[in-house]
Design a protein around this ligand. Structure first.
Ligand SMILES: Nc1ncnc2c1ncn2[C@@H]1O[C@H](COP(=O)(O)OP(=O)(O)OP(=O)(O)O)[C@@H](O)[C@H]1O
Ligand SMILES: CC(C)(CO)[C@@H](O)C(=O)[O-]
Ligand code: BAL
Length: 279
């Protein structure tokens, strides 16, 4: 695996006719990331992953400084998964001057849910992804459905800027008990880790209520928020939305349930596509 630390190194290495498949990450890699790398492998003539903890998408009080950085084991895991090129710039290499030119994604989608609770988050994400796309120039890029709104945001950006990049979604990789793998799971104590599965259980309960014919979305969401809060969580949102645009659903809409909640000081997100439309 070739490791490029600068944009020039990356560009020289990828020079020629290669149209790579790309998996952007913030590192501290787990089996969810590696599943994306394996999914990407047959989709391009080289597989490129990036590791970059992007300051632009963190609010001042968030965990930029403490975000887990596990360089050696990340490299080993990527090699074992068959990654060809790792792009791992430091801040000076990716942002040699303050990145004042930014991508401002459509606020109708960007200011909802994650964007509401993390203002500016999708400006930071879209800006770095646009820049990474310019560096790697992939034919295809793979993003996890665990970050459902992020995947939608990237698809929208690519469409609006007519970028010649296919965006592919990877299914959420879960632990045996159902908890979605996430770098931030490492912040959980043993007791919190045992409790953390309740987030995916809350989404499952919402799905079961829809399957049972529940139509009162507000009541269903309130019940879900209350049951997590009673267990000691601080939920930001537990909502049922239509998949097309993450707006409030109408009868017949294809649905996704989305959640973000804090357990102790750890903020986790998850979602579940529901096969039954709203009654
Ligand atoms: N469990 C998972 N299954 C599939 N893809 C995932 C999973 N977790 C993260 N990804 C995807 O990996 C890519 C990089 O994500 P990132 O490095 O932020 O990992 P993360 O585990 O989601 O970290 P964090 O805890 O910071 O959200 C994103 O496209 C993300 O959606
Ligand atoms: C897409 C991404 C790598 C941009 O920093 C990040 O938001 C992530 O890891 O999901
Ligand atoms: N996986 C999304 C990146 C973030 O939470 O900052």
């Amino acid at each position: 695996m070739y490791i490029a630390k600068t944009i020039d190194e990356l560009r020289s290495h990828l020079a020629g006719s290669q149209r790579p498949a790309f998996v952007p990450t913030m590192g501290n890699l787990h089996d969810g990331h590696l599943a994306l790398v394996r999914q990407a492998k047959p989709l391009g003539d080289a597989t490129v992953a990036s590791i970059f903890v992007n300051r632009l998408q963190f609010l001042p009080h968030e965990d930029f400084d403490t975000y887990p950085r596990t360089w050696e084991s990340d490299c080993e895991k990527l090699r074992a998964a068959g990654c060809d090129v790792l792009f791992a710039p430091d801040e000076k290499a990716l942002y040699p001057e303050p990145q004042t030119c930014k991508v401002h994604p459509d606020p109708v989608l960007a200011d909802l849910l994650e964007g509401h609770f993390r203002p500016g988050f999708f400006i930071g994400v879209c800006t770095v992804v646009m820049k990474l796309f310019q560096c790697v120039q992939p034919r295809v890029a793979v993003f996890g459905k665990k970050d459902y709104q992020q995947l939608m945001m990237i698809r929208h950006m690519v469409r609006q800027f007519a970028l010649p990049i296919e965006i592919v979604g990877g299914e959420t990789f879960r632990a045996d008990d159902g908890l979605a793998l996430s770098s931030r799971n490492g912040y959980l104590s043993a007791t919190e880790r045992a409790e953390a599965v309740q987030l995916s259980k809350a989404l499952q309960a919402m799905a079961e209520a829809v399957r049972a014919g529940e139509r009162d979305v507000a009541a269903l969401e309130a019940r879900a928020m209350q049951s997590l809060a009673q267990r000691g969580w601080q939920p930001d949102y537990l909502v049922l939305r239509r998949r097309a645009d993450l707006q409030a659903p109408q009868a017949g809409d294809a649905l996704v349930a989305l959640a973000a909640a804090r357990l102790g000081s750890t903020r986790l997100i998850d979602n579940l596509e529901i096969d039954t439309p709203l009654a």
